[in-house]
Ligand binder design. Structure first.
Ligand SMILES: *[C@@H]1O[C@H](CO)[C@@H](O)[C@H](O)[C@H]1NC(C)=O
Ligand SMILES: *[C@@H]1O[C@H](CO)[C@@H](O)[C@H](O)[C@H]1NC(C)=O
Ligand SMILES: *[C@@H]1O[C@H](CO)[C@@H](O)[C@H](O)[C@H]1NC(C)=O
Ligand SMILES: *[C@@H]1O[C@H](CO)[C@@H](O)[C@H](O)[C@H]1NC(C)=O
Ligand SMILES: *[C@@H]1O[C@H](CO)[C@@H](O)[C@H](O)[C@H]1NC(C)=O
Length: 299
């Protein structure tokens, strides 16, 4: 009774352009929606008031939405795609996305997000998250736990300097993991222990791809890949690697591509070359020594 009265008031207030949720995240923001007619501005929270209950797609681009507070987007039973781009978002508060049972795509690229806190994304049913081109320098160890349907995640073009092996607990469906264009320096032991290298989807076998190109990686732990048995691509181009540990690929039974272009390598261990012979094509831009060139020319 109380809640329906609140909702009733909200509808009236919304009609007059005012806010009505707990903490307002949106202020007269232009929005494109699918699933309902007649909504082109939102204020307050995105919640199932009036027609919004039916909304399946929400796109907000080039607006001003500095903070997504707790409950910013919640209880929308049909929402599948939420796109909030280039709108100066600098903070995502825990609970910002709540009870969105059909959410599939969450695109928050080209904002100014600085950190990913635990409690923002956990448990969402999303299959794709893009946080590309933000200002992220910290991700809580458990920030991405329990994204059991997540398949694609991009954190390209952020300011991360460290990799945390604890990330992605219970995210076993990830197939594309992309952290290009950051400032990561070190790949630690068992870095991908929560990632599965191979998936079986509708009778097809799909291998996981990991993109770490354009970072500042100087050091890869010899046991970095422990826990993975298969992999699609492992892209480490344009980093500062001076050597590749001899045992790096020992845990791996099969890997499609390893790319090491534009590093500081004088050679790569035989053991590694033997496991991925096509690596020979992805060593351009390294100061390979003469022995190494000779070795490679005989492959
Ligand atoms: C919302 O923005 C529109 C222009 O986009 C403006 O006409 C309207 O007055 C604004 N409403 C409020 C409540 O600020
Ligand atoms: C957003 O702004 C960019 C340029 O700043 C422009 O190219 C783009 O068309 C705009 N998109 C929308 C949906 O307004
Ligand atoms: C989730 O949202 C649905 C649809 O708005 C609502 O009926 C349900 O009570 C909400 N569940 C919780 C736990 O808030
Ligand atoms: C990026 O984040 C840092 C804090 O980590 C802050 O000092 C800086 O102003 C932010 N830059 C932008 C463009 O928001
Ligand atoms: C992940 O799920 C487990 C089991 O459901 C739960 O105990 C844990 O608190 C969840 N982690 C996070 C960070 O939400």
């Amino acid at each position: 009774m109380k809640s329906s009265l609140v909702n009733f008031l909200c509808v009236i207030l919304l009609a007059s352009g005012a806010n009505c949720c707990e903490i307002s995240s949106f202020s007269n923001v232009s929005v494109t929606v699918v699933g309902v007619l007649g909504i082109d501005k939102v204020s307050g929270c995105l919640e199932p008031i009036g027609l919004l209950e039916k909304v399946s797609f929400v796109q907000i681009i080039n607006q001003s939405v500095p903070v997504l507070y707790r409950g910013a987007v919640k209880d929308l039973p049909n929402l599948a795609d939420l796109i909030l781009e280039n709108s100066g978002v600098s903070s995502l508060e825990p609970g910002a996305f709540r009870n969105l049972t059909r959410l599939r795509l969450l695109r928050l690229q080209d904002n100014k997000i600085q950190e990913i806190k635990e409690g923002v994304f956990n448990g969402l049913p999303v299959s794709e998250i893009s946080l590309k081109n933000n200002n992220i320098s910290h991700i809580d160890a458990q920030a991405f736990d329990n994204l059991t349907k997540l398949q694609i995640i991009s954190l390209d073009k952020n300011r991360l300097t460290t990799w945390d092996s604890n990330w992605f607990m219970h995210c076993s469906e990830i197939k594309e993991l992309s952290f290009k264009h950051n400032f990561i320096r070190n790949i630690p032991e068992r870095a991908f222990r929560n990632i599965r290298g191979v998936h079986h989807v509708n009778g097809k076998t799909i291998f996981t791809n990991i993109h770490l190109d354009n970072n500042e990686i100087e050091n890869i732990d010899p046991n970095a890949l422990l826990g993975l048995r298969n992999l699609g691509w492992l892209i480490l181009s344009r980093n500062n690697l001076k050597q590749i540990p001899e045992t790096l690929l020992d845990p791996i039974e099969q890997i499609d591509w390893l790319k090491l272009n534009f590093n500081m390598l004088t050679c790569v261990p035989d053991k590694v070359l033997n496991k991925v012979p096509n690596l020979n094509n992805y060593l351009e831009g390294n100061p390979l020594d003469d022995n190494c060139k000779e070795l490679l020319s005989r492959l």
